[in-house]
Design a protein around this ligand. Structure first.
Ligand SMILES: NC(=O)c1ccc[n+]([C@@H]2O[C@H](COP(=O)([O-])OP(=O)(O)OC[C@H]3O[C@@H](n4cnc5c(N)ncnc54)[C@H](O)[C@@H]3O)[C@@H](O)[C@H]2O)c1
Ligand SMILES: O=c1ccn([C@@H]2O[C@H](COP(=O)(O)OP(=O)(O)O[C@H]3O[C@H](CO)[C@@H](O)[C@H](O)[C@H]3O)[C@@H](O)[C@H]2O)c(=O)[nH]1
Length: 442
């Protein structure tokens, strides 16, 4: 079966590559000519563990091709997956201009039996509107399916090939059957293939992300409270997690959630509620708590230096919104760096893979360092924003020697506060007992 995937970003490239790896004939299409040129030259535009090997192998086997040419790749496709970005618009709602541009372009090119599959995260009602628009443009009924994607960056290939579940939204069971067949190679773990209506599938994606974002904002707020009452959030986390109804997952406190999904999807669902004359109070709180949390390290640094950061040198370890990705969209590190620069501090940064992306945004406003120890050279403090593995076991003696003042502001709770005290290192984390840098609760 011929498949075309439109939008060759984190989701489209992983989707196309994994489908090709299961033996399908896949074309990945993008409007970004530079991106397609690089892919055709064997260069992978994003960092995603395992992806390079998979793309290279399937490209060489000619099961995976890359193009910018709609006319050459749409007419022969039985399934056209749309995986273009749906970023946050000015009013918080999802910006669907990319999706609508694709719909207009593909309409005259679609095969009679083509199925248009929307993989991008789109507000409730979008699949129905797409079907209506395609009917207008083509003069016939075109099959449309929602197929929300649940992969996580950094673990995208595993998530795609061994999904917890596959959700499709359809208006005819025959369409679900075609999609089930395409996904058969990924359903061998007996995890369910769930067919439902368009609106339920669209809503499932938002509700899943909002639930996860809610867990994170909840534990972050509890962590901040722990600091004030002499409790340790790590102990509390263990204390609650053994209750199977609560569990351990997605309850790690930190500097707030970032990335291209949680922030925008929480806000988009708030807008969907608004549009339906409803107020999502909980989601508004989740969003607000997260905004506050992104300022926690900056606030602690400000108070540690008695309200004067000018002339101080701060090392920031970790720029990506989470480890194992080069994605810096809504990354908490950028919020911290912004604050430090506006207070007159010098900033030295390190990230194993995301520095190129940050350089494109910040230019020479910060010093980019090849090694995280280099970033700490002469620094008055180190702030940790991303829990990369290589940050977990520093040589403290070496660091103490390198830094002007060995103070560690740990936004991901990588270290044991008691051990740090024993080493004589000034240390603050998130939600730890006896922390004299307790986060203000207002
Ligand atoms: N990134 C994730 O982890 C993730 C996971 C699940 C779902 N999603 C959702 O999937 C969608 C895509 O996200 P992403 O992170 O892959 O985005 P991305 O920004 O990495 O990639 C989007 C791609 O679409 C291309 N594009 C835009 N308009 C186009 C057009 N008219 N024709 C062809 N190509 C076009 C862009 O050039 C870009 O390469 C979003 O709706 C997102 O919410 C993302
Ligand atoms: O206990 C936790 C877990 C995560 N995070 C933060 O939450 C953000 C998102 O992390 P994660 O969910 O691992 O990454 P994403 O790649 O953004 O994946 C989310 O967003 C995708 C896009 O919609 C969905 O497909 C995935 O299922 C969903 O997990 C990151 O900033 C993490 O640091 C925490 O602070 N504490």
């Amino acid at each position: 079966m011929k498949i075309t995937v439109i939008g060759t970003g984190y989701v489209g490239l992983v989707t196309g590559t994994c489908l090709a790896d299961s033996g399908q004939d896949v074309t990945c299409l993008d409007i970004d000519e530079g991106k397609i040129e690089r892919l055709n030259a064997g260069e992978i535009p994003i960092y995603e563990p395992g992806l390079t090997e998979l793309v290279t192998r399937n490209h060489a086997a000619k099961r995976l091709t890359f193009t910018t040419d709609y006319a050459a790749s749409i007419p022969s496709a039985r399934c056209v997956f749309i995986a273009v970005g749906t970023p946050q618009g000015d009013d918080g709602s999802a910006n669907l201009s990319g999706l609508w541009a694709v719909v207009e372009t593909i309409a005259p090119l679609l095969a009679e039996n083509a199925i248009v599959v929307i993989k991008s995260t789109v507000p409730v009602g979008t699949n129905r509107k797409t079907a209506a628009r395609l009917a207008e443009l083509t003069g016939r009924n075109v099959d449309v399916a929602s197929n929300p994607e649940f992969l996580k960056e950094g673990a995208a290939i595993d998530d795609f090939t061994k999904p917890d579940r596959i959700v499709v939204g359809v208006d005819r069971p025959e369409v679900a059957e075609v999609l089930k067949n395409i996904h058969k190679p990924f359903l061998r773990n007996e995890h369910p293939f769930l067919a439902m209506g368009w609106e339920s599938a669209e809503m499932t994606k938002y509700v899943a992300n909002c639930m996860l974002a809610t867990k994170i904002s909840f534990i972050n707020e509890m962590a901040n409270l722990c600091e004030h009452v002499g409790a340790d959030v790590n102990e509390v986390r263990r204390g609650i997690g053994h209750d199977a109804r609560i569990g351990f997952k997605f309850l790690f406190p930190g500097v707030g959630y970032g990335g291209s999904c949680f922030p925008k999807d929480v806000r988009a669902l708030i807008r969907v509620a608004d549009d339906n004359d409803m107020t999502c109070r909980m989601l508004a709180a989740v969003d607000e708590v997260n905004d506050v949390q992104k300022h926690v390290l900056g606030e602690k640094l400000y108070r540690y230096f008695d309200g004067d950061l000018s002339g101080k040198t701060i090392a920031v370890w970790g720029l990506a919104f989470k480890p194992r990705t080069d994605d810096i969209r809504e990354a908490p590190a950028l919020v911290l760096i912004d604050r430090l620069l506006s207070e007159g501090a010098s900033v030295r940064v390190h990230d194993p893979v995301a520095m190129k992306n940050v350089k494109a945004v910040l230019g020479d406003k910060v010093a980019f360092c090849e090694h995280h120890y280099d970033a700490a050279e002469g620094a008055d403090a180190v702030a940790i924003c991303t829990e990369w593995n290589e940050y977990r076991m520093p040589d403290w003696e070496f660091l103490r020697h390198k830094m002007k003042n060995c103070a560690i502001f740990d936004g991901r709770n990588l270290f044991d506060p008691a051990a740090m005290r024993d080493l004589g290192i000034w240390y603050t984390g998130i939600g730890l007992a006896g922390d004299d840098m307790a986060t203000p609760t207002t």
